[in-house]
Design a protein around this ligand. Structure first.
Ligand SMILES: [Zn+2]
Length: 300
């Protein structure tokens, strides 16, 4: 069994910050998001500064995975539980978790469609081989996957290869909605709805997990009291907090994920720009779609 910490969250919740902080513990190995979307390999850079295809660390991962007879192409995401053709099978594989009835339907569909079955089995093997390579090369004993996506988490859990602990990362939904509008160009209703639906899916998954295997982390706590919050997270993970430097400058990293990974992270600043940037109308839309859920998480 591979020890796995999974960060589950909507995009723009602070997962890159959490990843960099946890990565300062010597027992934790990570590449950030082990699942990645289609990338332009000519330009895409690893957080070490090298192009992904030139990064010695990633070339070693590729070599170790391919030694096992598996394919690991950088431009065709080999760790993603997808078919990449938008077929019925692909849509079933990546569809949102809508509850037990839908999950029963998904399982039946996947069992019935040979392409789906094969792809899931292959993704499981590639993830497993990549996880072992990352742990070996970074000399860690626990893998941190910051892929965020709850559907991926479900597929990973079903492989039976991992002893999983989930960090359910929560940030004020107004902050997430504001970032989603700015960075993805979505309208406020779609952005707020994405935030609600992602948290619902995570809650469905963690509701079935044993106590002590999942924990909520608030982005705002992480920014306001970084040391105390990290100590508490390491204690939850059964790790000695004093062995983590929490200094992101002196930990080598090869992290994939959003553009923040390339910026200097030595100063942690709480981003509350939504307070100035979200207009009245967007705030009203957010309130009607996600207000209740946001207050449940303690945001007034
Ligand atoms: Zn690198």
């Amino acid at each position: 069994m591979i020890e796995l910490i999974y960060i589950a969250a909507p995009s723009y919740s602070g997962s890159t910050l959490l990843t960099f902080l946890l990565n300062t513990h010597p027992d934790i190995a990570t590449v950030g998001e082990l699942k990645w979307g289609t990338i332009d390999t000519l330009t895409y850079r690893c957080s070490c500064g090298e192009r992904l295809v030139d990064c010695a660390f990633w070339l070693s991962i590729k070599a170790r995975v391919e030694q096992k007879g598996l394919i690991f192409d950088f431009d065709r995401p080999p760790t993603d539980f997808r078919l990449h053709n938008n077929s019925l099978g692909d849509r079933f594989m990546r569809a949102r978790n809508r509850g037990p009835m839908f999950e029963a339907l998904r399982s039946t569909a996947i069992a019935t469609l040979p392409n789906c079955r094969k792809r899931i089995a292959m993704a499981a093997k590639v993830n497993n081989a990549a996880a072992e390579a990352i742990l070996f090369l970074q000399k860690g004993r626990i893998l941190l996957d910051a892929s965020k996506d709850p559907v991926r988490l479900m597929h990973m859990m079903k492989t039976g290869d991992y002893n999983v602990r989930v960090l359910h990362l929560i940030r004020d939904g107004r902050g997430v909605t504001n970032s989603t509008i700015k960075k993805k160009g979505l309208d406020p209703e779609t952005a707020a709805n994405d935030w609600v639906q992602t948290h619902r899916q995570i809650e469905r998954l963690t509701a079935d997990m044993q106590d002590g295997t999942h924990r909520k982390v608030r982005y705002e706590d992480l920014c306001r009291d970084t040391v105390m919050e990290c100590e508490s997270i390491f204690a939850f993970l059964g790790l000695e907090a004093s062995r983590a430097t929490l200094s992101m400058e002196d930990t080598p990293h090869h992290v994939l994920g959003n553009a923040m990974r390339l910026e200097s992270m030595d100063k942690i600043k709480l981003d509350e720009s939504w307070r100035d940037e979200l207009d009245e109308r967007s705030l009203r839309v957010f309130e009607s779609v996600a207000g209740l859920q946001n207050r449940r998480y303690g945001y007034e």
